[in-house]
Ligand binder design. Structure first.
Ligand code: ADP
Length: 328
């Protein structure tokens, strides 16, 4: 069995980007072929300005949506990061092999720190060390594969570097993991700003499709997606990012290839209509299962409690071994 780990941050409502880039594959593929753990990484939600009650609410919602997207606790482990102390324990040790310079080079840190500064806020130290905690999330479980959208590629690369460095300095303690990305929709873009990623923590609501949006809201957002002044539907990410994004979303929802789908449409309007319907259909079962799960909060609670227990059992021996190796 291949050990797989991946996570989702409760910093906002989950988006179509989260679903197509990551969650859908976790449910369809990863949980069936591997010994997999999926985690609501709530500690990571504290790296930027946050409201405690909202983080708690969003954590619960994210866990419910993981189950609604088809994760089955009989097949995989679903849990909340802060319920398992090993993440924070290991993170500190990894901070002792990471360098300040490599943290400051992380693209997401630079972008998010710049955004905080533009808003006049201060940058939390945890935003800088976030990728180390992420490395701890992965390495604590000996994960071999990390299924993520391609915005996380750099962080998984850093995780590999830290694992190799630790193993070389202190003896073999960690499995060196690798990222896997979906073939299409590895980076779903904002519908209003197709050169930026559709990110749940952004404030640009009209360009973001949320998993729990009503069908009519989804239709409206897709129909209003920014394209360009051309007429011909062709797949060209550089020159026509808006149209390319719609083609990728449609391809991810229907199983075709974005290039081939491009040739099949005579107008942007027709492409938008089919994309909107495809998204509505893909999200329908998720919304339905989410409603069912909300009616039974005790079930989600139980899954998370048992998941944390299982996760703790898996992480503890690895983290204990790392502590011994580094001299504690
Ligand atoms: P966000 O950027 O929305 O806060 P997270 O950091 O919680 O997302 O990421 C959860 C998973 O969703 C990761 O695997 C990430 O790569 C993936 N993901 C997030 N946004 C997108 C996107 N726009 N397109 C594809 N995958 C995405």
């Amino acid at each position: 069995m291949t050990r797989v780990f991946s996570g989702i941050k409760p910093t906002g409502h989950l988006t179509l980007g989260n679903y197509l880039g990551a969650m859908r594959r976790w449910a369809a593929v990863d949980q069936h072929r591997s010994d997999a753990l999926f985690c609501v990484v709530d500690l990571h939600a504290l790296t930027v300005d946050h409201d405690p009650a909202r983080v708690r609410r969003l954590s619960r919602q994210a866990a419910t949506l993981l189950l609604a997207s088809g994760l089955d606790p009989e097949l995989c482990t679903v849990f909340v990061q802060s319920h398992v102390d090993e993440h924070a324990r290991l993170s500190y040790v990894l901070e002792c092999v990471a360098t300040d310079g490599e943290m400051r080079r992380m693209i997401q840190y630079r972008e998010k720190a710049a955004r905080e500064q533009r808003r006049g806020g201060s940058v939390r130290l945890s935003l800088l060390t976030y990728p180390v905690l992420m490395a701890a999330d992965i390495l604590a479980y000996g994960a071999e594969e990390v299924p993520v959208g391609d915005d996380q590629a750099q962080h998984v690369e850093l995780t590999r570097d830290l694992a190799v460095r630790f193993n070389q300095r202190y003896g073999q303690a960690f499995v060196v993991p690798r990222a896997t990305h979906p073939k299409v929709a590895a980076r779903v873009m904002n519908l209003q700003e197709p050169t930026s990623k559709m990110g749940k923590s952004d404030d640009t609501g009209p360009g973001i499709v949320y998993l729990l949006d009503e069908p009519d809201v989804v239709r409206k957002k897709v129909m209003r997606a920014v394209t360009d002044s051309g007429r011909e539907v062709v797949y060209d990410r550089e020159a026509r990012p808006g149209v390319a994004n719609l083609l990728e979303i449609l391809a991810a929802c229907t199983g075709g290839s974005p290039e081939a789908l491009g040739g099949a449409y005579a107008s942007y309007g027709a492409l938008k209509r089919d994309t909107a319907e495809a998204v509505v259909e893909v999200l329908r079962p998720v919304r339905e299962r989410h409603a069912e799960l909300c009616a039974d909060p005790g079930h989600v609670e139980k899954v998370l409690r048992e998941g944390a227990e299982r996760a703790r059992g898996m992480a503890r021996p690895t983290v204990d071994a790392a502590y011994r190796a580094i001299g504690l």
